[in-house]
Every structure is written in C-alpha cells, then in structure tokens.
Design a binder for this molecule. Sequence first.
Ligand code: ADP
Length: 586
Amino acid sequence: MTFYQLIFDFIRRHRRHYLAAALMLCAVAMLSVWIPRKIGRLVDALVAGQLSTGSMFAELGLILLMGLAIYFLRVGWRMQLFVASYQLGVQLRTDLVQRLCLQGPHFFQEQRTGDLMALGTNDADAIELAAGEAMLAGFDGSLTLIMVLGMMLLGIDWRLTCMALLPFPFMALAFRRITRQVHNASHAALSCFSQLNDQVQESIAGIRTMRALGLEQRNARQFADLAEQAAAASLRAQRWEAAYEPAVGLALTVAGVMTLALGGYLVWHGKMSIGSLTSFSMYLGQLIWPMFAAGWVLSLLERGRAAWQRLEPVLSLPLSVEDHGSISSLPEGEIQCRDIGFAYAEQDSAQAALQGISLTLPVGATVGLVGPTGSGKSTLIRLLLRQYQAQQGEVRWGGHVLSDYRLEQLRSQISWVAQEPFLFSATIADNIALAKPDASREAIEQAAKLAAVHDDIMSFPLGYATLVGERGVTLSGGQRQRVAIARALLINAPLLLLDDALSAVDTGTQTRILQHLRHARAGAGAGRTVLLVSHRLSVVADADHIVVLQNGKITEQGNHATLSGNQGWYASQWRYQQLEASLDAL
Ligand code: ADP
C-alpha cells in the first residue's frame, strides 16, 4: 500500500469527522472573506461621509461577532480532525505490535529493537501528523485560496488578480525542489533517530557489562557522536523546510509591489475606488496563509511518506512462521517427530542444527534431552513451539502436523520455560499469573511451592507483592528461573518444556522441584508430558526416556540405567558430573 493510499483509505473510513471538519472550515473561510469586504465597504462609506456613528458601531459589532464565530469554528474543526487523526497513530502502533507478536525469532534476529521502537513512536507520529495537521492545513489553505482568489477575481478586479498571480508559478518550481530535499533529509533524520534509539537501548541493556569493562567513557563518546549525527540530520531536514517561507515571502512581496503599482494607476485614473484597493491589499495579505500552508503541508506529507517507507516494509514482511491452521480442536495426545531436519538461515546443510531426528513423546511421559552445548536441544524445543518450521520431516501432535493448528491454539497447550526467562516490571504474583491473570492467590502460591520459590518470596518484606524487574528488586538467576517455572506450572498445559530451566538452581533445590513435578504427575498434573532439556544429567536421570543429541543427531537413547551402562557420551558425562559433585561436597 502506498502512503497516499493509506491516508485516503483512512480518511474514507473516518469521513464523518473529516466532513464535519470540512463544513466548519467552509463556514470559517466564508466568514474570513466576508470581513475584508465588509471593512472595504465601511471605509468607502466613511470616506463618502455616509455613515452615522450608531450604524458604524453596529457594523463594527457585527464584524467582532463574526471574528468570535471564526474562533469557535476553528477550535471545533481542529477537534474533529485531530480526533480522527489520532486514531491513525493508534491503528499504526497496534498493527505494528500485533505484527511483531506474530513474528518468530528469525525476524527479531534481523531487526534491531531500537529501530522497531522508533517505528512505533517517531515514524508513527510523522504519519499521524500527515493525516491530521497536513489535512488541516491542506483543507484550510486550499479553501482560503479559492475563496480569496474568487473574491479578488470576481469581487474586485480581474486585471489586478492576474498581476498578483504572476510570481506564483516560480514559487511552485521552488517548492518542487525543496520538497524533494525535505523527503531525503526526513528519511535520513528518521534513520538517524533509529540508530540513536538502538544505542540507548543497548547501552541500558548492557549497562552492567559496560561498567564491568570500564567502557562508560567510550560508550558516552559513541553516543555523543550518534546524537551529533542525528541532530545534524534533523537540522538538515528543518533547514530545507525553512526554505518554504522565504519562497512564499518573496512571491508575495513581488505580487504586492506589482499590484500596488497597477492598483495605484487604476485609482489615479478613477477606474477603482480606494476601498477596493484596500480590500485587495487585505486579500493579498490573506494569501500568506494558503501559501505557507502549502509549504507546511508538503513538508508534513514528505515526512509522513518517508516514515511510511520505513514502516511499511516491516508491516508487510511475511510472517517467519505462517499461521494458517484450520483444526478447531486443541492439540492433545502423543507427540511424534519424524525424520526432522532443520538448518538456520546462516547454516549450510552439512552443519544443520538438527538432522534425521525421530522421537516420540508419549502422553504423561517425562523425556530427558541432553547433549553438549550447540548440539541442537533448544532448536528442537523451538520447532515444537513452531518458532521455526522444519525443512525436512514433520512434527505431529495427536496425529496432526503442528501447522494444522493455529499458533495460538498450539501455544496455549504448551508451558515453556527458557534458560533465561524474562520477568516483567510487575509484582511477583502478577509475574507468576502472567498467562492466567484470574488465578487465585492459593493457586499462585501452590505453583510457587511446586517450583520451590515460595520461601524465597516470603522472605521479601512485601512477599508476593514485591515488585521485580527494572523498578523493583533484582532476583538471582535461580530465583528468576523458579518464578518462571511457577508461571509455567500454573497454566497446567499438557506439554511442559523446560529448556535448561534449572541451570542456575542448586542441586538440592533442583531435587525438590523434580520431586514436586513427579508428585504432581500423580495428582493434578497427571497426563502432562514433560520434556526436560539439561546439561546436568542428574536432572534427567529419573526420566522415563532419555535422548542424547550430538551435532544435531540422536546418538544414544534409553533410560538412565541403560545409558550409564553404555560406553557413550552419557556414561562418561555421568561419571564426570558425579565426580564433580562429590568434589564439590568435600
Ligand atoms: P543447544 O541448545 O544444544 O546448546 P542450539 O539448539 O542452541 O544448541 O544450537 C544448535 C546449533 O545451531 C548451534 O551450532 C548454534 O550455533 C546454532 N544456532 C542456534 N541458534 C541459532 C540462530 N538463531 N541462528 C543461527 N544459528 C543458530
């Protein structure tokens, strides 16, 4: 969709507001041209001595009243227009966020956070201004122009009007050149702002690392350079925008001088009254607004167009995972991976993250997935979540391939805890109840107890009401992981995926959580399938089935007893980790 299609489509949908604004504007324009005419006649009557004091005050009172009406109508039509144009900002931001929510990790790998933030703020603002301020000035300017020109042409003198219009084609040429420059400069300014946003975002996110490495000064210098570049780009855009004004001023001055010469000549020869020349000069003065409005409209439209050129590709980028599922039922039953092959965009097929993976997760089973770092464990989890689509083979849940389900349906049936979970700036209770906001306090506490984090929470002065995240307390890595596990357990979804979610938890607490999970399977959590990914083999030792991944391939599988009796990676790692644990215990 082009920028102008977007704006016209929006105006069509909000035509009632725009129409009301246009009607009020027409009234303003008519009153505005009526006043100079009235004053012209008043001057003529005064010169001719035909006006009594009483009727002069009555006329002046009427003019004052009209001025007041203009004021209220102007307020009214601006309100109508802005009520509509703010909706465009809301619509663009909502579209952007909805689109972002549907995109997979691949999209976020390609896009920078600061850039996306700039699109939702600065760029959306620029487009909103084009639908509001630009339309306001465009309407008002065009109407005033038509009315004023009409009055000049038909009401006063056509020769004088033609003379006044002579400099304006030159002004239009100047506008054309300025407009092109404003577009380029605006595009550059918006991009610079995005880079600045990126820098701020990264500086804040990485502030601890930066401090630890003593890089504050270097970072401040880099930021100052970028801020300098962004300011220079904005200045360039504004300098070009400022060029509209002198062009208008010059055209109007030339028009004024030329009409005064011709008007003076006509008055001298008695072909025009002084009142008419006064009215004409006032009309000429009224042309200042439409001309300035034209410059302003062009610059706002160019800024909006430049912003749309940046926003539109992000909105229309295909989803990294398509969501065309048509099954109405929720996924349930056994999960089967058949001969899965998957490589990230950056990988060639020889180094594919997963190759020939066939695996079954029976209902209610606990399956362990282990292997060295980079062996493909998290990738398999991402495929189960449909964050990516396997290039080979298929994953079936309850007999249907995952793509048959809508993403929302699929993900509502999965509780997933990542190794580095994200906690929002909210209370601990709200963080646990994130996916189930109506959960009772008892249910939240029960989930926290299962995740062995209840006692930690109660040790904070505000307990479950403690704020975490940027504005609250900083939880340790292990506490964060356990809050995230509590969040996942509260949902009670049929598939629980723990992606190295106990890596920062000590072994004693880990044992308690695993015991709780086992007990839960005997009660409320019965029928829940659990996939435990871990680099620590003690996490999976009690699992019903253990799968070992190495270089994207399954190299061993079985239960703990079988695997530890083999001479493979599992057995050697088990011995190594047991030795490590006994050394730690010394
Ligand atoms: P594990 O979870 O077992 O540590 P991963 O599934 O994270 O392993 O990674 C498997 C392989 O895929 C590794 O070689 C890793 O470098 C690569 N990889 C992981 N994520 C990405 C990504 N987003 N883009 C490109 N390559 C990736």
